[in-house]
Design a protein around this ligand. Sequence first.
Ligand code: SAM
Length: 260
Amino acid sequence: MLKLSKRLQTIADYVTEGSRIADIGSDHAMLPVYLLQSKKCPSGIAGELNEGPYEAARKQAADAGLSSRLSVRQGDGLSVLKPGEADTVTIAGMGGSLMSEILEAGLQAGKLSGVRELVLQPNVGEDIVRRWLYEHSWYLADESIIEEDGKIYEVMRAVLDIDAAELNNKLYNSGFLSFGLNEEKGIAVLFQMGPHLLRKPTPVLHQKWRMELEKQERICQQLAKSELAESERKLHQFRAEMNVTQEVLQCLPTDIPSSN
Ligand code: SAM
């Protein structure tokens, strides 16, 4: 059986047993091959836009003897799916903006019909994905943050739930943070940093935001050298955002588990 990276294993662990999987942007189809080999999923679809990765996915499925149960298809995003073909869609290893575009186009084309679960791992722009889920009444049921080979990844599991709007309203209430933020700022922080991740903070979460703050500090130092009014405006904006991030980090529990 294929051995997955920690990142792909975290995604695989979120997939509900018995679901028909569609992995979009599958590259070498490692994830769906593993899910079928481990018998977690009975069948699957691997979607790929680009020729090289599409051929690699076909080869991976054939080498694993899974060509009859893993359909490898070339196409843009969710266009490779027929409505009702998949229960779970996974999309991993691309930016949150592209991921949200793929979900939006798929939704408009009815390709998410029948899909009950989304497992998503944006490389950047996690806030864009959380906002898309929230605005389209997908309930963000869980999320994880992990470190692997010096990189930090966030993985999200969202489900269709008739009570999604109510559940999300509770989830995105920032009242649990022990310092005052108005509703608009509170929800922006939760989109940015993750409502579950902030409720169960780990050392990796702190590490991620310490690194982000260092990056932003370097940008601020560059902006401070400029005499342009626009740079000054951006500098103020950055500093204000950094202050909020720092305050959030300071109010999180510090006796946190050392796993991950
Ligand atoms: N999902 C795998 C993973 O997480 O290891 C592969 C990630 S790889 C960095 C991103 C893959 O998405 C590439 O193989 C790329 O060709 C594919 N891709 C990019 N845009 C796509 C789109 N609009 N539709 C389908 N696949 C796409």
